[in-house]
Design a protein around this ligand. Structure first.
Ligand SMILES: C=C(O[C@H]1C=CC=C(C(=O)O)[C@@H]1O)C(=O)O
Length: 388
């Protein structure tokens, strides 16, 4: 069965473009239809816009789902779905059809140059609180298919790694354009809120997982002992603690990170937990405050955003943004939108980034981003990881 026919078969109303899916290890959410869009805006006003939305009596699910773009000043894309749907995979085809990696954006050598320039800037940065200390630089890979790519087939394939949260989020497109989605398998929880309980599980500092016990042990021992990776990680934990502290009556994080494994990567991870001071702090507001963390942007945030604009030859769009949901009570889950691709028609753009600090090495960051492509490449059946 072709991918196109599969879409048709699951879409008697022509509404496949609006299927949303978020499958976490402990919770599954799927919706379809777009009933009302939340007026779009920047991350700083997200909490307020969501509060106004739910303060207005309306029919339909008391739920907003969607995505925040990487750049917190750009418009987000949240909406109230028509209905909850039961995610079924029975009728899906198991293959995506012939695919080929068409282009690296930028080529690996240019990415290494950008990392080297970034390291030079970080080394020259004056000492002090406001100095640039970390920048996350990403690169892309364009993949093409013979037929339109079914984002839900890709998500099902990504879901074979039980340690990640897979997602398919419909993205806004210009009138007349083919539907587009962000599809991925993220290991990173930006923030979750249930009542007053808040959890964040940031990752930063990585090693490729090779599947050989002795070699993986060597890599994880090195990762846990690496000053460079511990620094990279500490910036993220500190930014999240700084963001949450004014909103929480209590907040805790272990002093050192632990290991978090996906099928293809090892990461340094810290589980941060807290209790909100008041009931009116929604998960959307928390996501708006915390995003983008130094796991995807850098430290301090604004100079890091500027460095990314200067050094990356593409607009990230919703890659390295956040995907998730919030309900009328303020509860919700927001995940960091990494290990993903923007899927549209016959093409998809894969993205992978790595945190750069003063003692990073360009060749190792090329390899780390190549390793981060593997979750999607494995799902797509495209090998040759190290080249791109
Ligand atoms: C920015 C990405 O990963 C982040 C999350 C985990 C580890 C990271 C790192 O070690 O650099 C990154 O901060 C990505 O996968 O595109």
């Amino acid at each position: 069965m072709s991918a196109t026919r599969a879409l048709d078969a699951r879409d008697p109303n022509g509404d496949v473009a609006s299927l949303f899916r978020l499958h976490a290890p402990d919770r599954r959410l799927a919706t379809d239809g777009i009933r009302t869009r939340l007026p779009a805006g920047p991350a700083a006003t997200l909490g307020e816009r969501v509060a106004t939305f739910f303060a207005t009596p309306r029919s339909g699910p008391e739920l907003l789902v969607g995505a925040l773009p990487f750049d917190p000043h750009q418009d987000d894309a949240l909406y109230q779905p028509e209905r909850f749907s039961t995610p079924g995979t029975g009728s899906l085809p198991t293959t995506l059809g012939p695919l080929f990696a068409a282009a690296e954006l930028p080529p690996a050598a240019d990415y290494a140059d950008a990392v080297a320039r970034c390291i030079a800037v970080l080394r020259d940065a004056p000492a002090g609180e406001d100095a640039l200390r970390k920048v996350v630089l990403a690169r892309g890979l364009r993949v093409e298919a013979a037929a339109p790519i079914d984002p839900h087939v890709l998500a099902v394939k990504l879901g074979s790694d039980a340690s990640v949260t897979t997602y398919v989020v419909p993205l806004p497109v210009a009138p007349g354009e083919a539907p587009a989605w962000l599809v991925g398998a993220t290991p990173e929880l930006l923030v979750s809120r249930r009542g007053r309980a808040v959890v964040s599980h940031p990752l930063a500092g990585s090693a490729r997982r090779v599947g050989n016990e002795a070699e993986d042990r060597r890599r994880t021992d090195a990762l846990l002992a690496s000053d460079k990776d511990l620094h990279e990680h500490r910036f993220v934990v500190e930014a999240i603690l700084d963001g949450l502290a004014p909103l929480c009556s209590q907040l805790q994080a272990p002093p050192r990170p632990s290991l978090h494994a996906t099928a293809t990567m090892w990461h340094l991870a810290t589980r941060i937990t807290g209790t909100l001071k008041t009931d009116d702090i929604s998960s959307a507001m928390l996501a708006g405050v915390l995003h983008p963390t130094p796991a995807v942007c850098g430290t301090p945030r604004l100079p890091a955003l500027q460095a990314i604009r200067d050094l990356e030859p593409f607009d990230r769009g919703f890659y390295a943004g956040a995907v998730g949901w919030t309900d009328a009570s303020g509860d919700g889950d927001w995940y960091v939108a990494i290990r993903c691709a923007r899927v549209q028609g016959h093409a998809m753009h894969l993205f992978a980034g790595a945190g750069i600090v003063a003692d990073s090495q360009p060749a190792l960051e090329v390899d780390e981003t190549a390793a981060k492509f593997m979750a999607l490449r494995n799902a797509l059946g495209i090998d040759d990881a190290r080249a791109a």
